[in-house]
Design a binder for this molecule. Structure first.
Ligand SMILES: [Ca+2]
Ligand SMILES: [Ca+2]
Ligand SMILES: [Ca+2]
Ligand SMILES: [Ca+2]
Length: 494
């Protein structure tokens, strides 16, 4: 574990203490019982088509991400995703990886791991087996050893690469299908051995073995931990009828794997709809069948509370995996959208080919906030625009905001974004400083207030700088030099 990684853990502990302090002596589980929350991350939007997503095709208006229909390589998008991850209590991205030189590999190595704020999260590879092994019926595992050697050479040594017990973690897709082939287990054993011999790493490999009825302990024995990727199908949401029994079904499967002695990493999802990218699967929406959009989110939080959290395991870092941060093709994403009113219409000829009559909304930060609330017991209710933390929105917030202007969350003298920053200052976007980006949150929360109000409260030499347009400010957010002090600081402590 790198020193900075350790600092990250200390920071989490400090956050837990701060949260308890705000709420008084609420009985709490020990800090070690707090789940680690990871999310599947898709750095592929330089080459993928946003029009193959439900949200881009919703009518009368689309439900675009607040970060825009932007390429994953954009550093401002990555910064915004880091901010949103802090808001949602996500500390790990399991980043989709399609082999050496793929766009996902390039963006991970050259844009994410090198991002000036990369140290605020951990990262691991989600090994996309279907792009490496070929068909389930006649798979070819010859890429496995060279791929693992490549990962050891290029990413396992990154100070922010996610480790469990000091071992670099690799999440592997559809092992439940590939590892029925007799060549699979020997190929994985050979890859482990090669990486151990050449680089001294003992990879911690997670298979998505929790799926059908009956847990295959023999197949699972090839992995250090087991998870489920396809929460939609394993839970029974794939019949298009989402009921509480689907949550129970998921919980039962995690319990079965647990009873078989496996270290379980439960997976959870807000819903599923892939009809804009492929045919054949039933849309689930984001609420139980028979409910309405007003109830959206209950499926997600019930999965977290009833199926996920009861089955996290200290042996696998109490990890809970969300599918997904931004797999918009399958509409499993929890990434923030613009706010848009509920609608069941899309732009298909019938108007409902994609939605299948389910209602969707531009949900804003709803799923990030639910994830935070349900994975950080006792978390205070943080309100956008409540700069003085008294639970309401009034003029006191304006003066409190002005008093916090330019306040930074400093660790070892270096600005760091995160929940701790948000808990102690009106850093509404979690980026570690109170500035224009937070002022725009204030303006949305306090519509009657003008920029002149803030200008009058601040004594800054060039007040016209407050008249920056939103786009100019948005473009500025997260843009800091690569040679930031924090990176230098990290290097010094290794
Ligand atoms: Ca069902
Ligand atoms: Ca207030
Ligand atoms: Ca007040
Ligand atoms: Ca901020």
């Amino acid at each position: 574990m790198s020193p900075f990684h350790w600092t990250h853990r200390l920071r989490q502990a400090a956050i837990a203490v701060a949260a308890v302090g705000l709420l008084g002596p609420t009985p709490r589980a020990s800090a070690s019982d707090e789940p680690t929350v990871g999310a599947y991350y898709y750095p592929w939007w330089d080459t993928h088509d946003w029009n193959e997503t439900l949200r881009a095709r919703m009518a009368p208006t689309d439900h675009r991400p607040t970060a825009g229909y932007s390429p994953s390589s954009n550093p401002d998008v990555i910064a915004e995703h880091i901010n949103q991850s802090h808001r949602g209590n996500i500390s790990l991205w399991a980043s989709s990886w399609w082999g050496p030189g793929s766009i996902e590999d390039t963006v991970l190595q050259t844009r994410i791991l090198t991002h000036p704020r990369a140290g605020e999260l951990d990262y691991a590879v989600h090994y996309e087996s279907t792009g490496r092994f070929g068909s389930f019926s006649s798979p070819d595992f010859s890429t496995l050893t060279p791929d693992f050697l490549y990962l050891a050479e290029n990413v396992f040594d990154d100070p922010n690469y996610y480790r469990i017990d000091g071992r670099p973690v690799v999440f592997m897709y559809v092992t439940r299908a590939y590892f029925n082939d007799p060549d699979a287990a020997p190929a994985l054993a050979a890859a482990r051995q090669a990486v151990q011999s050449a680089y001294g790493y003992d990879p911690y490999v997670v298979g998505d073995e929790v799926f059908g009825s009956g847990f295959n302990a023999t197949r699972a024995s090839h992995f250090d931990a087991v998870t489920t990727f396809d929460v939609y199908a394993m839970s029974g949401m794939n019949d298009g009828v989402v009921t509480p029994s689907d949550i129970t079904r998921a919980a039962t499967k995690y319990a079965q794997a647990e009873s078989a002695g496996a270290a379980v990493i439960p997976g959870v999802t807000p819903g599923y709809n892939d009809r804009a990218v492929r045919d054949g699967n039933q849309a689930t929406g984001r609420y139980y069948s028979g409910q309405t959009i007003a109830d959206a989110g209950a499926v997600f939080t019930d999965l977290i509370d009833q199926a996920g959290l009861p089955h996290v395991n200290p042996a696998s870092d109490n990890l809970l995996l969300v599918n997904s941060f931004n797999e918009w093709h399958e509409d499993t994403q929890i990434e923030a959208t613009i706010l848009a009113p509920p609608s069941s219409r899309d732009d298909s000829p019938s108007g409902t080919e994609l939605t299948q009559g389910k209602t969707y909304e531009g949900y804003g930060t709803k799923y990030l906030d639910l994830l935070r609330r349900h994975t950080t017991p006792g978390a205070p209710n943080l309100i956008d625009g409540d700069a003085d933390f008294d639970g309401d929105l009034d003029h006191d917030d304006i003066t409190a905001f002005a008093a916090s202007w330019n306040s930074e969350n400093l660790i070892d003298g270096v600005r760091v974004g995160g929940y701790a920053s948000r808990l102690t200052r009106p850093d509404f976007n979690y980026d570690g400083v109170v500035d224009f980006a937070d002022w725009f949150v204030m303006r949305r929360a306090h519509p009657a207030v003008t920029d002149a109000t803030l200008r009058a409260l601040l004594t800054i030499p060039e007040p016209e700088s407050l008249l920056l347009t939103f786009s100019a400010v948005a473009a500025h957010v997260g843009r800091r030099p690569l040679s930031s002090n924090r990176k230098a600081n990290k290097g010094a402590t290794q």
